[in-house]
Ligand binder design. Structure first.
Ligand SMILES: Cc1ncc(COP(=O)(O)O)c(C=O)c1O
Length: 392
């Protein structure tokens, strides 16, 4: 495992991604969905005690909208914003029931949504498109599992697996969409395409707003966040450091070592991509190009970037799924558990330096987000039951 202290962290230079009125707008939009319910913030007291910490809180996103991952928060808000922009209305006039109405559909006509995904984002887009009665086309990178394809096809999307990695598939989708007049709902930005990804990031804020409410005044000292393109981590980090600006938590970003573009960017002092195949079990984090909006936030807010091998998340999945007596169990998938896996090994002598750098001790209150459940149940069982993460 490799890690790097972010010498360039300057909180003063951080521009919060959302102001108070944006935060309210996003949360109200999500609350208008009939499926909306806060996901649980689980307190793992026994684990905290075992690891010599004060508290561990885990936000369990496996229960989000029945979709087993947090990603639908971004896809749904971005589609809501995109459609309200097309209609020339404010999103506050278009709650879920209005967006689903025949009146809105007849004004907008037959739209086709398109996206690239390693699983969860595409599932969110497909789900939202189906709820609103539109067609959806989804491309997935080489190596995507059949279960993850099925999870998306379940919502009547047209799903294909390409021969390329995630970033090349994103480019292919954008080309196809521009040829065919599809609406691209992508969770990463590139030159000339920043509005939708920024809406997607803002959509994730509901999760952080809920967590802050559920913490009932406790201010976390540390927030550990996993990153793929970094859209999720940057918005959550941004909210936590700006909400608690007098006492900001330390931010730890964790990536798979095969796709550690933020770790490398921190080392280089500028955006650095990972190219080629990214064979990691953390499918949702297998992205080699940082979202530039996300990088601008994370370079100012992050304390330490960690590049973690697959066994770290396999360990996190087992720790959460097989808790100490008295703690609740959380089913967490490969991209959901890496932060727990990391925290769980930091009490070992081998990682003493990192623990000390992060000032993790008996006063620490750590927030972790389990961003997905067992989105591929077969892989989940193989890792948790058979202890096998290498043959995937
Ligand atoms: C379960 C899960 N967690 C975390 C992430 C990381 O999000 P981002 O790509 O915005 O960094 C993803 C992305 O797909 C995901 O599916």
């Amino acid at each position: 495992m490799k890690w790097i202290v972010n010498g360039k962290k300057i909180l003063k230079e951080h521009e919060p991604l959302l102001n108070k009125s944006d935060l309210h707008e996003v949360k109200s939009f999500h609350e208008s969905f009939e499926q909306y319910k806060q996901t649980p913030l689980v307190k793992l007291d026994e684990l905290a005690n075992f690891l010599g910490l004060s508290n561990i809180f885990v936000k369990d996103e496996s229960l989000r909208f029945g979709l087993n991952a947090f990603k639908v928060l971004g896809a749904s808000y971005a589609i809501g914003k995109h459609l309200s922009q097309k209609l020339g209305k404010d999103i506050s006039e278009l709650p879920f029931s209005a967006l689903k109405s025949e009146k809105v559909k007849s004004e907008l006509g037959n739209l086709i949504f398109a996206t690239t995904t390693d699983g969860n984002h595409g599932r969110g887009v497909a789900w939202m498109a189906k709820q609103l009665g539109y067609k959806c086309i989804v491309y997935m990178p080489k190596g995507s599992t059949q279960n993850r394809v099925n999870n998306i096809a379940e919502f009547d999307a047209d799903v294909s697996v390409t021969d390329w990695n995630y970033d090349d598939t994103v480019r292919f989708t954008a080309e196809q969409a521009s040829k065919n007049g599809w609406e691209v709902i992508q969770d990463t930005a590139w030159e000339g395409y920043t509005e939708v990804p920024t809406w997607i990031m803002k959509g994730y804020s509901t999760l952080a707003q809920e967590a802050i409410e559920q913490l009932h005044g406790t201010i976390p000292t540390h927030v550990f966040l996993q990153a793929g393109v970094g859209a999720f981590a940057s918005v959550i980090a941004s909210i936590f450091v700006s909400t608690f600006e007098k006492n900001p938590p330390k931010i730890v970003i964790v990536e798979p070592e095969k796709a550690d573009c933020f770790y490398r960017s921190c080392k280089a002092g500028k955006i650095e991509a990972v190219t080629g195949e990214m064979n990691t079990i953390m499918a949702g984090l297998a992205c080699g190009e940082p979202n530039p909006v996300g990088w601008d936030i994370l370079k100012c807010c992050t304390d330490v970037f960690v590049s973690a091998p697959d066994w770290v998340t396999a360990r996190g999945m087992r720790v959460l799924g097989n808790p100490l007596k008295g703690d609740n169990k959380i089913i967490s998938g490969e991209s959901g558990a890496v932060t727990t896996g990391l925290l769980s090994i930091l009490s070992e002598t081998k990682y003493k330096d990192l623990r000390e750098t992060l000032k993790l001790d008996k006063n620490s209150k750590v927030l972790l987000i389990s961003t997905e459940g067992d989105t591929d149940p077969q892989i989940y069982r193989n890792i948790v039951w058979n202890g096998d993460y290498q043959s995937l």
